[in-house]
Structures are given as structure tokens and as C-alpha cells.
Design a protein around this ligand. Structure first.
Ligand SMILES: [Zn+2]
Ligand SMILES: [Zn+2]
Length: 272
């Protein structure tokens, strides 16, 4: 079994292609499943440049995922997911949104960290020059809270923060371990997200240091490309599959209606 559980579309305004193009790419690669998990809408006018509106979700995204799942059901299993924000103060809204939409899986992401009472986005480079240890502290506190929130099944790109600089210190190592313990305590998965390999970090999210702790804590893993272009579906999955073999005994988690099961990962199908 091979699935890619993390894909976007043009609707998030920093991606390309529609849902069908992502599904067709996954079919071309011979995958068993593809998860559609674009950025969730948010209430009010929060961060509109990185997400679809609620109106677009209900009029375009949700119906097209449903329709296409049916259209391609003999060729691939299409799972209905979402990449939802963890944002302090918005738990009630996000929790309600994910409950009422009957997803197969919900990816929880921290894309914003509080800085002097303001939510600062991690999408850009706003943090350059910040004191790294403080930045890591705020970020991993948010990851810990996201794990405890009960809203998510999978914690996304758990060391995304490393894009602002990587540093190991006793404090940072402790923060990471505490966050992973919270993920385990809530019985959640971590994803191996291959998009970091396409960025200057040149490393999966998370990197192997964190995957070692995940293995020790027996945290289950899922697989996602975080594709923002159809051609990025499944990118570098040879690397990710080797990591699943090494850090999760070759077992990968898949979801149906938010019920997790563990399956044996297969090697990459021959490309057509
Ligand atoms: Zn993300
Ligand atoms: Zn994403």
C-alpha cells in the first residue's frame, strides 16, 4: 500500500492545479490512495492569501473531492482530508468545521506562532533574525497544544520551524521530546512530509533526529508530499518509504472516517 495524504490545489492561492490533476498524478504513479487535504478555510478574514474561502470550500472543493472519488473509484481510493490550522482562540470554530464535514482524516498544522500577542505566519521569512530558542519555544508549545486539542489525527511537518535555522540545544531537544510525548499521549500520527527535500532545508519534515524519538515512543507515521503542484505528488517517496521502514517497521497509518489502521508499506510501483 502506498498513499500520499498531503496535497493542495490552486484554491489555496499558493498552489497550482485542481483536485482532478492531483488524483490523476497519483493514478499515474500507481498509488493505492490519495488524500485531498488543502488548507482549511478560517473564520473572518484570517490569512486569506493562503487558503480558500468557506464559500469556495462548500461550492468547489468539497463537492469536487466527492465527485472525483466516485469517478475514479475503480482506479484509486480518494480520501477526504483537510490541512486544518491550529490557532489559539479558534479551536471551537476549527473543531466544529472538522466535525461537521465527516473527513477521512484531519491534518493539524501550526503555521503561526504568537509573537508579542500577534500571530506571525511561518509561510514567509518574517522570523529571520529572531532568537532561535524563543522561536522554537513558541512553536513547540503550539505543537503540544495542537496535539492535546483533540481536533486532529495527524500532526503535520512537526519541525517546519527549522526553515528559520537549525540548532540543537538542551532546551530545544527537551521541547521537541515534550511535543512528541503529547502527540503519543493523544494517540496521533506524525507525517513524513517530503516537501522539505524540495526546499533549502533538503531534509524531510521531520528529520531523522525526531524520527528516532518517534520510533522510541512508538508514534505511528503517515506519508505526504505536501504537493502544491500536481507533478509533486509522491515526490521523493523512495526516501520516505525507507524512513518508514527504518522508523516504523515498514508500517504506515491510513484513515477511513477518522479511524486509523496500520498497513504494510510497499515499495514504489513501477512508473508508467
Ligand atoms: Zn502546512
Ligand atoms: Zn500542506
Amino acid at each position: 500500500m502506498i498513499s500520499d495524504y498531503h496535497t493542495h490545489t490552486v484554491l489555496c492561492k499558493h498552489g497550482e492545479g485542481d483536485v482532478e490533476q492531483y488524483i490523476l498524478k497519483a493514478i499515474e504513479l500507481g498509488f493505492d490512495e490519495v488524500g485531498c487535504s488543502d488548507h482549511s478555510p478560517m473564520p473572518g478574514n484570517f490569512d486569506p492569501q493562503h487558503r480558500m474561502s468557506l464559500e469556495q470550500y462548500y461550492s468547489i472543493y468539497a463537492p469536487s473531492v466527492l465527485e472525483l472519488a466516485e469517478k475514479y473509484k475503480d482506479r484509486i481510493v480518494v480520501k477526504r482530508g483537510i490541512e486544518a490550522e491550529f490557532l489559539p482562540g479558534q479551536e471551537q470554530w476549527v473543531g466544529g468545521f472538522v466535525r461537521e464535514n465527516g473527513f477521512d482524516f484531519v491534518i493539524g498544522s501550526v503555521h503561526f506562532v504568537s509573537e508579542d500577542g500577534e500571530e506571525m505566519p511561518l509561510f514567509g521569512r518574517e522570523y529571520e533574525g529572531c532568537e532561535l530558542e524563543d522561536l522554537y519555544e513558541g512553536y513547540y508549545e503550539a505543537i503540544r497544544a495542537s496535539a492535546k486539542s483533540g481536533m486532529f489525527d495527524i500532526i503535520a511537518h512537526v519541525d517546519l520551524i527549522k526553515k528559520f535555522g537549525h540548532r540543537s540545544s538542551k532546551r530545544i531537544d527537551e521541547l521537541i521530546r515534550e511535543a512528541l510525548k503529547a502527540i503519543k499521549a493523544s494517540d496521533l500520527c506524525l507525517e513524513i512530509n517530503t516537501s522539505g527535500l524540495r526546499k533549502p532545508e533538503r531534509e524531510t519534515y521531520p528529520g531523522e533526529g525526531i524520527l528516532k524519538i518517534a520510533k522510541e515512543l512508538r508514534i505511528p507515521l503517515t506519508l505526504g508530499s505536501d504537493a502544491h503542484r500536481p507533478e509533486d505528488v509522491g515526490t521523493d517517496f523512495d526516501v520516505a518509504i525507507a524512513l518508514i521502514e527504518q522508523y516504523a517497521d515498514g508500517r504506515m497509518s491510513v484513515f477511513t472516517k477518522r479511524q486509523r489502521s496500520e498497513v504494510r508499506i510497499s515499495s514504489l510501483p513501477r512508473r508508467l
